[in-house]
Design a protein around this ligand. Structure first.
Ligand SMILES: C[S@@+](CC[C@H](N)C(=O)[O-])C[C@H]1O[C@@H](n2cnc3c(N)ncnc32)[C@H](O)[C@@H]1O
Length: 287
């Protein structure tokens, strides 16, 4: 049943977008001294070797972080994200890529809490071992949505909840909408970041409409498709739907995506106008 392994995909263009948004949100939340809680519902293994058999088999990272990691960015969000990747690879060769819980661990302070759920029997122990010595962490081998019921709301009254299912089954879309509603009911002050793939355009729009229809306010859509539409035959891009985004997030992402869009695009856009068509940042529901 659990066939998805993120080790085949770590560092691809979808991870770049997801983690760029994650880092930018956490950076904002970290401006205040008050402790925060980071909750990762589909956490993966936490750290990925790009020399592994899995990563080498697909080589997806080569069209993602592989193209970027030595680039000198001008926008602050892209600079912050790339600095994390460079710090993890001090030897001037790209050997490791951090997953979302590892990024949180690299950024958060001792007073902040990290919660994560991961179901896969092989990935969970790898993840868990990285947090064995961190206080204020709770890493569970349970279903994401059982995790919301068991762990939310946290003691800290603010934070980020990342929802990043593999979407291998059609039911994962409806499960996510129901799970999000439950999490939001328990922890409405949090920022929520929901990753989604762009595979078939009508299915994407139906999914976005279902999240809008929850009635949850303040929803921001951030999407980037570096490849042309493959009409259902693969992922052309991905998006992050962010609930309760920091008020600075939309502008930060416009600046970052303007710079990022041509760098990962396949084929390279002929003009800045063509690159501009690859991404969108739009407020779906007001505050
Ligand atoms: C896309 S990967 C996560 C990647 C990770 N968030 C990152 O950015 O580094 C999705 C993960 O969800 C796990 N998973 C699938 N269904 C799950 C469920 N119902 N509850 C918890 N984890 C689940 C998979 O085993 C997989 O590791």
């Amino acid at each position: 049943m659990l066939s998805y392994r993120h080790s085949y995909h770590a560092g691809n263009h979808a991870d770049v977008l997801k983690h760029l948004v994650q880092v930018t949100i956490l950076d904002y939340l970290l401006q205040k001294d008050k402790p925060l809680c980071y909750h990762d519902s589909h956490a993966g293994a936490g750290l990925y070797s790009l020399g592994s058999e899995h990563a080498q088999k697909t080589a997806e990272y080569q069209q993602g972080i592989g193209r970027l990691w030595q680039y000198q960015p001008t926008s602050a969000p892209l600079a912050r994200y790339l600095a994390l990747i460079k710090n993890l690879n001090p030897d001037n060769s790209l050997a490791f890529y951090p997953g979302s819980p590892k990024i949180a661990a690299l950024m958060l302070r001792p007073q902040d809490t990290i919660q994560a759920t991961e179901l896969h029997p092989s990935d969970y122990p790898i993840l868990q071992s990285q947090f064995a010595r961190r206080r204020r962490s709770r890493i569970e081998n349970i279903d994401a949505y059982a995790g919301f019921k068991a762990m939310l709301p946290p003691l800290d009254k603010r934070g980020l909840v990342l929802l990043d299912p593999p979407y291998e089954l059609k039911t994962e879309y409806t499960d996510l909408v129901a799970g999000l509603s439950e999490a939001y009911r328990r922890f409405p002050q949090a920022t929520y970041a929901i990753w989604y793939p762009v595979i078939e355009r009508p299915a994407v729009e139906a999914f976005i409409s279902a999240i809008v229809a929850t009635g949850i306010k303040n929803q921001l859509r951030i999407e980037y498709c570096p490849c042309p539409d493959k009409a259902g035959f693969g992922m052309s891009g991905s998006g992050m739907l962010v609930i309760n985004p920091p008020y600075t997030l939309a502008d930060s992402m416009r600046e970052a995506l303007n710079e990022l869009a041509p760098l990962l695009a396949e084929p390279t856009p002929a003009t800045p106008e063509a690159a501009r068509l690859l991404w969108q940042v739009s407020q779906l529901v007001g505050e």
